[in-house]
Design a protein around this ligand. Structure first.
Ligand SMILES: [Zn+2]
Ligand SMILES: [Zn+2]
Ligand SMILES: [Zn+2]
Length: 122
């Protein structure tokens, strides 16, 4: 988890976050999307390969921008198209990374750490 997946991803110290939670291209053509990704080169938020238009991968190819990050709430990963490299960023070392615009508003989901409030006193 410490080793960077590729040099593109390792060059990213502060991942870009989506400005809006919508695919910029799908909005223009009135289409739908499934998941959103944010280009780490220019900050464009586009739809994933499960979406009908696959704007994120099209953008990566046409613009030559290598790395995207998930723009989905609770997902923290980076993907590099040319290297087919995937990196999880669950615990960013730099405070504030991934936290821009997404403060504790919704309460952070913590998989595997169910809050047990059923502790009876003894
Ligand atoms: Zn790469
Ligand atoms: Zn799209
Ligand atoms: Zn881009």
């Amino acid at each position: 988890m410490t080793a960077a997946a590729c040099q593109h991803i390792s060059a990213i110290t502060k991942p870009r976050m989506p400005r809006k939670h919508e695919c910029e291209e799908c909005v223009k053509i009135g289409s739908d999307w499934v998941h959103l990704r944010t280009c780490q080169t220019c900050g464009a938020t586009l739809c994933c390969d499960s979406s009908p238009n696959r704007h994120a991968s099209k953008h990566a190819r046409s613009a030559g921008h290598a790395v995207i990050a998930s723009a989905e709430p609770g997902e923290r990963w980076l993907y590099c198209f040319p290297d087919d490299a995937f990196a999880e960023s669950r615990r960013p070392r730099i405070p504030g990374v991934f936290e821009e615009g997404a403060t504790q508003a919704a309460g952070m989901p913590r998989p595997g750490l169910m809050s047990r409030t059923t502790v009876t006193g003894h």
